[in-house]
Design a protein around this ligand. Structure first.
Ligand SMILES: Cc1ncc(COP(=O)(O)O)c(C=O)c1O
Length: 387
């Protein structure tokens, strides 16, 4: 059976061109870039070339890029780093952030920092006026993501950043889902800190970066060596970093074309679901949605059952729910958007990628409606509706 991968927001396959660039670093180019001899120096050059590529994509200078182990570490570094340097103060974030941000902020709140979690509207958008009102004289950081990983809502980062800058407060954005897919110029976005990861753009897992604007007061998270100008100790993951550098150049070269193609595929998918399945809500903002992502809440069925049934047909998607300790908890993102908690449990996230085809979406639209119909007939959620 041919398999169809519609979970690109979770991760993407490493491109052949990226793998080809990485391989020598598992062979003859094995040196440590901190070594002064030729083995070290011959890997230092590609390391700095990759840094140049990431910086170029962000409109930043190479001195402002620190390589990390991925999006989670970059988020932790940005938030804890600013908090540790300030020693005390108030942090603002939003209820729909990735757990890498939310849990870092709540951990700091337990350590004595103050935290405010901004609400979002039914489309998942933060209201800039809410941010204005939440800012306090002791606010040290605002962290709002660029593109939401579950529903695809694009936050007005430029506007939120301008408000934060006017208040003299640092602004971090988690751009893990937008880097290489939308323009992410740090000056245009008005950000001081920005997190990215390679594995969302057909690069390797376990590699990311944090952009840090010059002058930002931030403590390192990982210490013990002088790497990355003492901002992130540990011998660099050269193969991964080189792969990341290749992945971003390839992503940028096709960015606009992929965006247009995904926009058409998204229209086809949303329209097809609407026409073929009754009682489905498409979550997010129709005007400000990254086109790879379709979050669909299907009434009277559980997302897990839908996911497993689609998997049996060879289609990989994810749910909008986290299965914890045997009970299905609705996604914090959907709950924050005000989606009914029972409906939220019937949510699937379809996330398309550069290789997704019309035929694949057509196949999904053929097999998905009968699955929903079958599960609805069996569902206790349908029975409860009848009562
Ligand atoms: C918005 C967002 N932030 C952070 C992360 C974490 O990135 P990583 O898996 O590279 O640690 C992800 C990945 O799912 C994400 O989607």
């Amino acid at each position: 059976m041919e398999r169809i991968y519609l979970d690109h927001n979770a991760t993407t396959p490493v491109r052949q061109e990226v793998r080809d660039k990485m391989l020598p670093f598992y062979g003859e180019l094995f040196g440590n870039p901190s070594s002064a001899h030729s083995f070290g120096q011959e890997v230092k050059v590609p390391l700095e070339e990759a840094r140049q590529r990431i910086a170029g994509q962000l409109g930043a200078s190479t001195a402002q890029i620190v390589f990390t182990s991925g999006g989670t570490e970059s988020d932790n570094y940005a938030i804890k780093g600013v908090a540790f340097a300030a020693e005390k103060g108030h942090i603002i974030t939003a209820l729909t952030e990735h757990p890498a941000v939310l849990q870092t902020v709540s951990w700091l709140a337990k350590k004595g920092f103050d935290a405010t979690y901004l609400e979002v509207d039914s489309k998942g958008l933060v209201d800039p006026d809410d941010l204005r009102k939440a800012l306090r004289p002791d606010t040290i950081l605002v962290s709002i993501m660029h593109v939401n990983n579950e529903v695809g809502t694009i936050q007005p980062i430029e506007e939120l950043g301008a408000i934060t800058r006017e208040a003299g407060v640092y602004f971090h954005t988690d751009a893990v889902q937008s880097f290489g897919k939308l323009p992410t110029n740090v000056d245009e976005l008005n950000v001081d800190l920005l997190s990215v990861a390679a594995h969302k753009i057909y690069g390797p897992k376990g590699v990311g970066a944090l952009y840090i604007r010059k002058g930002t007061r931030i403590d390192p998270l990982i210490i013990g060596g002088a790497q990355e100008k003492r901002r992130r100790s540990g011998t660099e993951n050269i193969a991964g970093i080189v792969g990341f550098g290749e992945a971003i150049v390839l992503a940028e070269a096709e960015r606009e074309e992929v965006y247009e193609r995904l926009t058409l595929l998204r229209q086809k998918l949303v329209q097809g679901i609407g026409e073929r399945i009754p009682e489905v809500v498409i979550n997010g903002d129709p005007e400000r949605n990254f086109p790879s992502t379709v979050s669909a809440s299907v009434s009277h069925v559980e997302g897990e059952s839908l996911l497993l049934s689609l998997d049996m047909e060879g289609i990989a998607v994810s749910t909008g729910s986290a299965c914890s300790s045997g009970s299905l908890e609705p996604s914090h993102v959907l709950v924050a958007m005000g989606i009914d908690t029972v409906l939220a449990q019937g949510t699937l996230r379809f996330s398309m990628g550069r290789g997704t085809t019309q035929a694949e979406i057509g196949y999904l639209l053929d097999v998905f409606p009968p699955i929903v119909e079958r599960l609805r007939k069996m569902s206790p959620l349908s029975a409860s509706k009848a009562c």
